[in-house]
Design a protein around this ligand. Structure first.
Ligand SMILES: NC(=O)c1ccc[n+]([C@@H]2O[C@H](COP(=O)([O-])OP(=O)(O)OC[C@H]3O[C@@H](n4cnc5c(N)ncnc54)[C@H](OP(=O)(O)O)[C@@H]3O)[C@@H](O)[C@H]2O)c1
Length: 334
């Protein structure tokens, strides 16, 4: 599979997000299925696996440590801190954004233990905690690099201005943000800012959280714990309007000779040599299909048809709820 640069690493252009093996989209798969998926990805040439302290409140890191630990030298391990599960009054963990240096140090040590490794290759600040100057959070992460616990740094869901402030403290190797045909906000400034400073853009949810695969036709049927239920684009009126885009989209995929999922991933890869696609799946058949996108070349005609069909003007609904949007500082279209 073709490789793309992230700081000192070369990683597979299509890498693997591991979130939904433990978190996010309904009931996670049984351990045997998750294990088989991870090992198949490794065998197929995936060389970056992305996890976070948040995912399953540590369960995702524990899974990766157990399954991929014996193969540690074969891949780049991307992790995230600054947002994790903290025990609430009833003892159950709650999601908390905490970018204070002591919290970041604690998150990293906890992650290393669960991941059964002595270093995380690419360590992202999962969210900028706006109560803490970005310089302080990134300063703590730079200390982790100096301590040998982390090799390179990244930020997730930040604006270009925050990226530049962080980069002045320590080189930022990558920004991880949502980027797909229907989530274009990094095109306002972050995509170019990454290029300017020599950072990669790790595009998460390139399949629009499953929407662009065409498999999800009834958002009302999503299970109770599925995080898409809280996202405006998956809510009734908006979702119905968005579904109307899929017939034309399926036509373009057919003409391009690829599946709808491959078209979505190939589009992301075509946005720049510094872009790495980060889809997620729980199924080996989907993994194999998604990895096929690296060989899918889209000509100018296809790219034009996609732009004309799916853009900020044609998609209904914001990508996040107001509460979630308030937690990030990305540039958004008005
Ligand atoms: N930094 C952040 O704040 C942040 C936020 C979100 C995600 N992420 C990262 O990005 C990764 C990917 O995010 P995501 O899971 O939202 O990405 P995605 O790839 O856009 O969507 C995943 C969804 O698409 C489905 N899917 C995947 N391949 C398919 C295929 N070929 N055909 C049909 N359905 C398919 C999956 O279901 P199946 O399991 O059935 O395949 C799943 O429901 C995460 O694992 C995580 O590492 C980061």
């Amino acid at each position: 599979m073709q490789g793309r640069r992230i700081g000192p690493f070369t990683v597979s252009a299509v890498s693997l997000g591991c979130m939904n093996l433990s978190h996010a989209y309904g009931t996670p798969p049984p351990p045997g299925q998750a294990q088989a998926l991870l090992l198949r990805a490794l065998d197929l040439g995936v060389t970056m696996f992305d996890t976070a302290a948040l995912y399953g409140f540590g369960a995702n890191e524990t899974l990766l440590g157990r399954v991929l630990g014996p193969h540690r030298e074969r891949f780049v391990l991307a992790g995230k801190g600054g947002m994790a599960g903290v025990a609430g009054p009833d003892g159950a963990p709650r999601r908390v954004i905490d970018g204070r240096p002591e919290a970041i140090r604690r998150n990293c040590d906890d992650s290393l233990r669960r991941l059964q490794t002595d270093r995380i290759d690419l360590y992202f600040l999962h969210r900028w905690d706006k109560r803490v100057p970005i310089e302080d959070s990134v300063g703590a992460m730079a200390d982790l690099v100096r301590a040998g616990k982390v090799r390179a740094l990244g930020l997730s869901e930040v604006s270009a201005a925050t990226l530049r402030r962080a980069h002045a403290v320590h080189p930022i190797a990558a920004v991880q943000s949502e980027y797909s045909l229907w989530s274009r906000n990094v095109e306002i400034a972050v995509l170019q800012a990454c290029r300017d400073i020599g950072a990669a853009l790790v595009a998460f949810s390139p399949l629009a959280r499953g929407f662009l695969t065409g498999m999800l036709r009834d958002a009302a049927a999503l299970p109770g714990g599925d995080i898409r239920r809280a996202m405006p684009r998956f809510q009734s009126g908006n979702f119905a309007a968005n579904l109307r885009l899929l017939d034309g989209y399926a036509c373009i995929a057919r003409d391009a000779g690829c599946s709808m999922a491959q078209l979505a991933i190939a589009w992301v890869l075509a946005r720049g040599e510094h872009v790495v696609a980060l889809p997620g799946t729980t199924r080996i058949a989907h993994l194999e299909e998604n990895l096929g996108a690296h060989a899918t070349v889209l000509d100018a005609g296809v790219l034009q048809r996609l732009d004309a069909l799916i853009s900020r003007g044609s998609v209904s609904g914001a990508r996040y709820s107001d509460a979630t949007q308030a937690e990030i500082d990305t540039e958004e279209f008005g």
